[in-house]
Design a protein around this ligand. Sequence first.
Ligand code: BTN
Length: 241
Amino acid sequence: MEYLYFDEIDSTNSYLKREYQNLKDSTLVFAGHQTSGKGRMGRKWEDDSDSLLFSILLKKDLNPSRSDLLSLLCGVALHKTLEEYHIPSLIKWPNDVLVHEKKVAGILLEGVVQDSLKAIIIGMGINVNTKNFPSDLQGKATSLFLETNTEFDKVVFLKKFVDKFEYYYSRYLLKDDVFLDVLRQNSYLDGKQVFFNYYGENRHCVVKGISREGNLLVEDEHGLCQVKSGEVTLEKSYHQH
Ligand code: BTN
């Protein structure tokens, strides 16, 4: 992995999108603060300089049909990193990592397509030393500091994460998706009822697991089916009684 650091940048994902042709495969860019951080679905990702903000550029051996798996793989790498710090976490399909039911990190996977897939950019925002969240996020978000009352060294944390990422990614390239086993053991949505919007139609299902392709396996009155991450918005999830 090659590392680049900026005290301040618009967005590490946007930077890699602009510069991918000039940068090597496996470049990781991290920033102290983002002025236009991006979340999923066009949302903003605000930070107070206390979070770990980075993006990884992948240009080699890209496989469009397997690229959705990469955000799950990053979720697993983060779960394993947190395990080293004795912080229990669960991965919420398809893009979040939760600690005690609250979001501690978000993942934004973007592809650069020009005739074919030229690059994949995986952006992660991890709430490391965040002390306060804006009122709309309180109750939904947490940080490693709030969970443990300890300040974390962001660079040490990042290096540990990269070790895990590289391990699972090298296996993934060999189509050995061992990260899926870890995911299945630590999947937040398993057994929960979810309500989602499926092409305009509201559906209620129970989550049965995650398929080898990284799709969510759900069951409703029509039977078992698989949902791809791009196809649904999970509106709500709640425990089954
Ligand atoms: C989400 O949960 O909506 C995904 C959030 C992803 C945020 C990270 S921060 C680093 C990288 N750069 C961005 O602009 N976004 C991602």
